[in-house]
Design a protein around this ligand. Sequence first.
Ligand SMILES: [Zn+2]
Ligand SMILES: [Zn+2]
Length: 303
Amino acid sequence: MTPKKTAFKTAKKTDSSKTGKKPVLGAHESIAGGVFNAILNGERATCETVQMFNKSNSQWRAKVLTTEEVDRYFAEIERTGITVACSHSSYLINLASPDKALNKKSRLALKEEVERCNTLKIPNLVFHPGAHVGSGEEAGIARIAENMNRILSEVTDNTVTLCLETTAGQGTTLGRTFEELASMIDLVEDKDHVGVCMDTCHIFAAGYPITDPRDFKRTIKAFDNVIGLDKLNVIHLNDSKKEFGSNRDRHEHIGEGMIGIEAFRNFMNDRRLKKIPMVLETPKDDTLADDVRNLKTLRSLIK
Ligand SMILES: [Zn+2]
Ligand SMILES: [Zn+2]
């Protein structure tokens, strides 16, 4: 199908998001040197959408976003037509921590990230629910929800959805089952601003089969029954270096890991998932050749 010359950008967007013909694909891209670089890297990597950090992911402190940086970011979005599916929060944040100081630090840091996402008009902020560190699942879940409630009530004019990511279930991390995520969502008051990010590597490692088409259907149905597909805002497409049910989180190139290519064929062709942005978090170097290759693989699976 050839898009009309006059409305190329609009036609492209409509094709993927409204008619549901093709999934919207992209990758996590680096913001090193400025947030606009996520868009420029996305362009080089043939992304239709990107995930990005909104600050350095390994530090508590965030550098102030300058007007210049933000203006260039919006200009690059406008020029390329690339959307920003989501931002991923810092790995340091643990909303479930029983340590009072770390818990507070985590809440304030995530709140600041929500504010930055509002500035950058990023619709979803993906974060790992947290680890209860021996304090118990129920207590951990309650702390996560309480922190989410405080953040969502404190940020004025918020348009960002907090997306709990499914986890591989290593150690005391919470979010390894759909039920755990559902119980967090249950406790959040502002239901319009809470969602989920499903990571294929993580759910596979947590024991949800997705490779055989019937298993895949069952897993998606379980998600729909327990959480609801209307809450699924982002999908991370990663193959896994570790085996099924290993509870280990090690990403691999698409089709080159223990999950296998057939799982991604399932994801590429499920009608219900076509409106949900899907991003890679697979290994790569500065050339972004791996992203280009993985996206090509995914596109080749679309029927
Ligand atoms: Zn992920
Ligand atoms: Zn992971």
